[in-house]
Design a protein around this ligand. Structure first.
Ligand SMILES: Nc1nc2c(ncn2[C@@H]2O[C@H](COP(=O)(O)OP(=O)(O)O)[C@@H](O)[C@H]2O)c(=O)[nH]1
Ligand SMILES: [Mg+2]
Length: 298
């Protein structure tokens, strides 16, 4: 079975080849390593990370962004990553409905996934999957991630442009925003601007950005459900490729770190670890730290 896997070259003109390549990479099937090494990159399609709390309207915004990015011959890929619900396909289904307008468009490829393996965030697999999409020749790659814990900071290591989506009610969370997110967002989007207090929140946010960041970070107001304000975000994306060059080494180092980390952990079998600990700790004078040292050297 393993040797009979056909050679797959992901090509945006042939979504089935893309889907198969993604499945191989996502599940680490036979040929995954070879597939990744064989990838060639013609264009340098930007990876646009869209992050923010659940329900902020990220999927709806992605749907609107597709509308405005999908001009001419452009092909767009969307990875909707929801690590919060590995067993709850409801939210993935929700994404699907939110982006339904584009599901059958020949220029739009959409894949939902619930990553495993990484602490509440994007796994090395996600990085590899975006590389498959880049090699396939998509012009824009949108990655939607739920902003919980580490994942919004991790998205910045993956994306060339990171958009942080908030809603006017996010006011209370502004202290949290201060901590990690403030540094990584390339633009803030206040979605659901049809609701009360959007302007107030925008002004407060601008003040906080001003206190925390040396450079000016744009704040956009959108109504993703109607497409309101989305063209300003698109213009920002069109003008943004310079962001990529500025942070390229940082992005690649983050990426290398993730993949090295993943590969180093790959041969650790948790079940066996538990068995070994059970065995070792049954002996008198068991010292966990010496056990660990010995284990790491193996
Ligand atoms: N009032 C209003 N509702 C919105 C807007 N954008 C999205 N929604 C709604 O907010 C809910 C959550 O949207 P969704 O895109 O799934 O959020 P996600 O969890 O961040 O991906 C849905 O019911 C959307 O219809 C908006 O601009 N205004
Ligand atoms: Mg969503």
């Amino acid at each position: 079975m393993e040797s009979s896997l056909p050679y797959i070259k992901p090509d945006a003109a042939d979504f089935r080849s893309v889907a198969r390549a993604l499945t191989i990479v996502e599940n680490d099937l036979a040929g995954s390593g070879e597939l990744l090494k064989s990838l060639t990159f013609k264009n340098n399609a930007p990876i646009i990370g869209i992050t923010g709390p659940p329900g902020a309207g990220k999927s709806t915004l992605v749907n609107s962004l597709i509308n405005s990015l999908l001009t001419g011959e452009n092909k767009i890929a969307v990875l909707a990553v929801d690590p919060t619900s590995p067993f709850n396909f409801g939210s993935l289904l929700g994404d699907r409905i939110r982006m339904a307008a584009h599901f059958n468009h020949p220029g739009v490829f959409i894949r939902s996934l619930a990553t495993r393996g990484s602490l509440g965030g994007l796994s090395a697999k996600t990085i590899e999957m975006t590389d498959v999409l880049r090699a396939a020749g998509f012009n824009y790659i949108l990655v939607e991630t739920v902003g919980v814990g580490q994942s919004e900071v991790e998205i910045a290591g993956l994306a060339d442009i990171t958009l942080l989506v908030l809603v006017p009610e996010s006011g209370d969370e502004i202290q949290n925003i201060k901590s990690g997110l403030m540094e990584i967002a390339d633009a803030f989007i206040i979605n659901k601007a049809d609701r009360a207090d959007a302007d107030l929140f925008a002004n407060n946010l601008k003040k906080i950005i001003h206190q925390n960041r040396a450079e000016q970070i744009p704040v956009f107001k959108t109504i993703a459900s109607t497409g309101g304000g989305v063209s300003e975000v698109t213009s920002f994306i069109f003008k943004a490729p310079h962001l990529k060059n500025k942070r390229k080494a940082y992005l690649l180092a983050e990426k290398a770190f993730k993949i090295i980390q993943f590969n180093r952990m790959a041969d650790i079998d948790k079940k066996r670890l538990q068995e070994d600990i059970a065995k070792a700790s049954a002996k008198p004078g068991f010292n966990f730290y010496r056990f660990l040292e010995g284990y790491q050297k193996n």
